[in-house]
Design a protein around this ligand. Structure first.
Ligand SMILES: Cc1cc2nc3c(=O)[nH]c(=O)nc-3n(C[C@H](O)[C@H](O)[C@H](O)COP(=O)(O)OP(=O)(O)OC[C@H]3O[C@@H](n4cnc5c(N)ncnc54)[C@H](O)[C@@H]3O)c2cc1C
Length: 254
């Protein structure tokens, strides 16, 4: 067994050497250009300060332009931890109280199960959920897409998604997980606005055009064995926006 933290530092060095220069491509899930440091950070095998100071040191000439973008992601982690410190109930309570008025759908067991097991009939969502189930890891862009689908297209309370991620992610983190779920829901500190509903088909067109990532996790995609979508994306988007308006009215904001 290696010395404490050795794997984390090796991972950081390999990232700086091999992938940092391509960090601008980090949104493409089939590419492997991110650091994979999150489990090490989560379990204290390396500290954000060590990452920060290492990145301020020597990096390959062609990677220098990506240092700022990478450190901004690490700062999101710090931000979530500060928010958690001030809001210890971040995993259970809406940061923005108006979301207490949101009328979530009581999830039917088979719908929630279809999302958890990657059987929604929406290829990018299914690929992400299967990657998570099989490996404990999911690409950040896909995490945003599957979370938006659960919260907005299925109108299922973000807390149920947070719990599933908590149970399955190898980097499950008590600040980053609820912080990001609330970011997607629109209920968090400095969150994405609720009306920003990711369209998983457009996201796939943009970030997985050749179906490389989807094909890896959903081999039956494009065959008769692949299920029909469990929800109409257009209609469910409209329903989500109506629910948001209702919440705002009930909270006295509109
Ligand atoms: C719904 C949802 C749930 C998430 N749950 C977790 C979680 O439980 N644990 C977790 O560590 N991250 C979580 N994230 C954030 C992000 O997806 C992961 O940190 C990232 O995918 C880890 O891969 P990486 O280390 O290769 O990232 P890199 O791109 O290499 O980023 C470097 C580090 O910056 C931090 N970071 C990157 N993106 C974010 C972000 N959006 N928010 C906060 N910190 C970030 C992480 O510590 C990461 O290790 C979640 C994101 C979403 C949308």
């Amino acid at each position: 067994m290696g010395a404490r933290g050795e794997g984390a530092h090796r991972t950081l060095e390999a990232f700086i050497r091999d992938d940092l220069a391509d960090y601008a491509d980090r949104d493409f899930p089939a590419d492997d250009t991110t650091s994979h440091l999150s489990p090490f950070l989560r379990f204290g095998e390396i500290s954000p300060f060590q990452v920060w100071h290492r990145l301020r040191g020597n990096v390959p000439q062609n990677a220098k332009g990506q240092v700022g973008a990478f450190l901004r992601q690490v700062i999101w982690r710090e931000f979530n931890h500060v928010v958690l410190f001030a809001n210890p109930d971040l995993a259970t309570a809406n940061y923005r109280p108006e979301f207490d008025e949101f009328e979530w759908h009581e999830p039917e067991a088979d719908v929630l199960r279809a999302w958890q097991e990657g059987r929604t009939g929406i290829p990018l969502v299914d690929a992400g959920m299967r990657e998570l189930w099989q490996t404990g890891v999911m690409h950040n862009r896909v995490r945003m897409v599957v979370a938006s689908f659960l919260i907005k297209n299925l109108l299922i309370d973000w807390r149920l998604g947070e719990q599933w991620f908590w149970d399955t992610l190898v980097d499950a983190d008590e600040a980053n997980n609820p912080g990001n779920w609330q970011w997607v829901a629109g209920s968090g500190a400095d969150a994405a606005p609720y009306f920003r509903v990711f369209n998983p088909e457009l996201q796939a067109d943009k970030f997985d055009k050749q179906h490389e990532y989807v094909g890896r996790w959903v081999p039956e995609f494009g065959t008769d064995d692949y299920p029909e979508p469990i929800v109409d994306l257009k209609e469910s988007r409209r329903r989500a926006l109506d629910s948001y308006d209702t919440m705002r009215r009930k909270a006295g904001l509109a």
